[in-house]
Design a protein around this ligand. Structure first.
Ligand SMILES: CC(C)(COP(=O)(O)OP(=O)(O)OC[C@H]1O[C@@H](n2cnc3c(N)ncnc32)[C@H](O)[C@@H]1OP(=O)(O)O)[C@@H](O)C(=O)NCCC(=O)NCCS
Length: 219
């Protein structure tokens, strides 16, 4: 059945839950982004708390972006409650940007696992794969790109392991661009992965909490 509806989405995988970036997440997110190593790894500028709240709203309302906060399931207090921010379990975020002027079906992927205790256990990998599967199913993305600093060995290794291939290098930015073409085989594999992902949709009273909505959802 194909329906178009306004909704917020959470995706529950094996070890992570991807939830919309909510206002309640902003203070912890802002604390993470005071760390100079994380700012450098993600190519970000430090923001004030007020700017971070503005960013949270703009991320959730920009039609060319999708963003999820990554929750580490091991850190959830009690039962997972959909629609709740579960700030205690925040581990990082995963984003896509449809920023290719020639092709709106190309998405740049960004991943950050900010909590050191959540690193090295497969959370980054599962989050990127779930985001890619979501983007293929709901946004018909046919190519993904990633821009990674040439000294960021952990991130380069993660994306190469997922099948991304180096496509260009910027000496000025010291940055590698990697690409992943969504072949029929890869599409089938990624969509199969979604069979094990529990998708929850719900509404919220706070409009700024919404993951961008109105996309066609195939149920
Ligand atoms: C890079 C990052 C996302 C990895 O997240 P993570 O959850 O720790 O990674 P995973 O446990 O899922 O590991 C997946 C793969 O990434 C690579 N990797 C992760 N950490 C690594 C490390 N410290 N050194 C080398 N490779 C590493 C490995 O290839 C790993 O596969 P393996 O476990 O089979 O060896 C995380 O370290 C991070 O957020 N760093 C700072 C922000 C950043 O650099 N973002 C990228 C900009 S897009």
């Amino acid at each position: 059945m194909v329906t178009t509806m306004a909704m917020k989405v959470s995706l529950e995988g094996k070890i992570v839950v991807l939830v919309p970036y909510m206002a309640a997440h902003v203070p912890k997110y802002h604390r993470w982004m005071q760390d100079s190593a994380l700012l450098q790894a993600t190519g970000s500028e430090p923001l004030s708390l007020e700017q971070e709240y503005e960013m949270q709203i703009s991320w959730t309302q920009d039609p060319n972006k999708r963003t999820f906060i990554v929750l580490d399931k091991d850190l959830i207090n009690g039962e997972l409650a959909y629609g709740e921010p579960h700030v205690e379990a925040m581990a990082g975020d995963v984003n896509i940007y449809m920023n290719d002027v020639d092709d709106p079906k190309v998405a740049e992927v960004e991943i950050m696992i900010a909590e050191s205790k959540s690193r090295g256990k497969g959370i980054g990998k599962e989050s990127v794969l779930m985001m890619m599967a979501y983007a293929i199913k709901n946004l018909e993305i046919h190519k993904f790109t990633a821009k990674i600093g040439d000294s960021n060995t952990a991130s380069l290794s993660l994306f190469r392991k997922l099948g991304f291939e180096d496509s260009s290098y910027s000496g000025i930015f010291k940055e590698v661009t990697l690409e992943y073409m969504v072949t029929n085989l890869r599409r089938a594999e990624l969509l199969k992965l979604l069979e094990d992902v529990i998708t929850h949709t719900y509404s919220s009273d706070n409009p700024s909490d919404s993951l961008l909505t109105g996309e066609t959802c195939i149920a």
